[in-house]
Design a protein around this ligand. Structure first.
Ligand SMILES: Cc1cc2nc3c(=O)[nH]c(=O)nc-3n(C[C@H](O)[C@H](O)[C@H](O)COP(=O)(O)OP(=O)(O)OC[C@H]3O[C@@H](n4cnc5c(N)ncnc54)[C@H](O)[C@@H]3O)c2cc1C
Length: 398
């Protein structure tokens, strides 16, 4: 039997979160031994990340497009949101995976193209085994981003589910300077919220997507049907366009807890570590923040432990918002419309990213429909109290 590879840092899962960590380590060159364990070596285009932030980051050269303003559309009209000093940006996965690959080479990282099974942490070292229990890697620290469910189901368990078409035209069709962040003119589901969006990278190439925030995914050809309808709303003639790529996704929107530190030397990253914002599904900016923190910590000889992806008060606000939407206490479209109507765009966008101050959060809360949100907050508190009583009773029974 081969002896396990000995490293300082093991990346268990080599997708979005791990690629950002590799890219950040490649910049810092901290002189540590790294291993990546993933049955798939991610390459090429399998997803498109859209996110906001300030320009001038290390990822800027990789962007396919960025916008200084975005549109939010409701049946009532179109709102143009100026974003400066922020900007909305699009990164296709291929250049990030390429950058991570180059960093991997620079760091002399070991890649094990196999699934990881058990991750055993004795407080001194972590042993990552294959599914049959064979030790693959022994590491001082493991960063585990394998997809997983929350530790326990949330009180509200929704999904952000979507399909996007990359549409190509022979003649100028899209407005490259004009991105649509959310277009709520799509028919609304009985339970949940739907919207379309448009991210043009040129006047002939754009990502057009249909998204739902709701409890279950759609069946049959419902996403294609929704996209055809949305293209109609945009006035696009699909007979004159080619669908070059199709992008599907399902992202958790839940107040179920993800464990960011399941044991002393294991850190969970990405969606598995709670980086997916429950109220929006946005994940990318938090993953970037954490990757940068990890690389800086490693370079300084400190443990690779990032700060939590979002402040606890934001997780609570998200739980309340999800509950209010799920129990039908607020109308989804009206909720987002009001949020953008009563706040400057950069405050809303920074809130959705988890970087607003307490004072800004209070202002944001006061702009949401007060009574239904208070009912949702009371329901959330009652749910928490019931869960605490249940877990206390379980402890007593042991
Ligand atoms: C199509 C799509 C579009 C998205 N767009 C956006 C967006 O625009 N903005 C945004 O903020 N977020 C977006 N997200 C959400 C989020 O940013 C991505 O899902 C992101 O890739 C999450 O990174 P991750 O590392 O947590 O998971 P992943 O990137 O899914 O990586 C998980 C890795 O774990 C590996 N793995 C699985 N099992 C094992 C095992 N047993 N052992 C070892 N490795 C294993 C997988 O092969 C994979 O490489 C999108 C998600 C999808 C699916």
């Amino acid at each position: 039997m081969r002896s396990p590879v000995d490293v300082d840092l093991a990346l268990v899962g080599g997708g979005g979160a791990a690629s950002l960590v590799l890219a950040a380590l490649g910049r810092e060159e901290p002189g540590v031994r790294v291993a990546i364990v993933d049955p798939v070596h991610k390459r090429g285009q399998d997803r498109t990340w859209a996110f906001w932030g300030t320009p001038g980051t290390a990822l800027d050269p990789l962007l396919s497009a960025s916008w200084d303003e975005v549109d939010v559309v409701t049946p009532g009209g179109r709102r143009v949101l100026p974003l400066r000093p922020l900007r909305y940006a699009m990164l296709r996965s291929a250049p990030l995976y390429e950058l991570a690959g180059a960093a991997e080479q620079k760091l002399g990282a070991v890649r094990i193209t196999a699934p990881a099974g058990g991750v055993a942490d004795d407080g001194e070292r972590v042993v990552i085994a294959g599914p049959d229990g064979t030790p693959l890697v022994r590491a001082a620290w493991a960063l585990d981003s394998r997809p997983r469910k929350p530790r326990r189901p949330g009180r509200t368990n929704w999904l952000q589910h979507f399909r996007g078409w990359w549409l190509e035209a022979d003649a100028p069709t899209f407005e490259p300077g004009r991105a649509v962040l959310m277009d709520f003119r799509t028919p609304q589901p009985a339970r949940g919220v739907s919207f379309g969006y448009v991210l043009p990278v040129s006047d002939r190439f754009a990502l057009v997507e249909y998204t739902e925030f709701s409890p279950v995914v759609l069946g049959g050809d419902a996403y294609d049907e929704a996209l055809r309808n949305y293209a109609g709303l945009l006035g696009l003639d699909l007979t004159a366009l080619r669908v070059r790529e199709v992008e599907d996704g399902v992202i958790p929107m839940t107040d179920g807890p993800f464990d960011p530190r399941p044991s002393p030397r294991v850190v969970r990253l990405g969606t598995a570590g709670g980086a997916t914002r429950p109220s929006t599904g946005f994940t990318f900016s938090a993953m970037v923040r954490q990757a940068d923190q990890i690389a800086r910590a490693v370079a300084a000889g400190r443990p690779p432990v990032p700060s939590p992806p979002y402040p606890a008060r934001h997780r609570w606000m998200d739980a309340v918002q999800l509950r209010a939407l799920d129990r039908g206490l607020v109308d989804g479209v009206a909720f987002f419309d009001r949020l953008f109507d009563r706040n400057p765009p950069d405050r809303v966008l920074r809130f959705l990213d988890g970087t607003t101050s307490v004072a800004e959060d209070l202002t944001l809360m006061s702009s949401s429909p007060l009574l239904p949100m208070m009912r949702a907050a009371a329901g959330d508190a009652a749910g928490r109290a019931r869960a605490a009583v249940r877990s206390g009773a379980r402890r007593q029974a042991r």
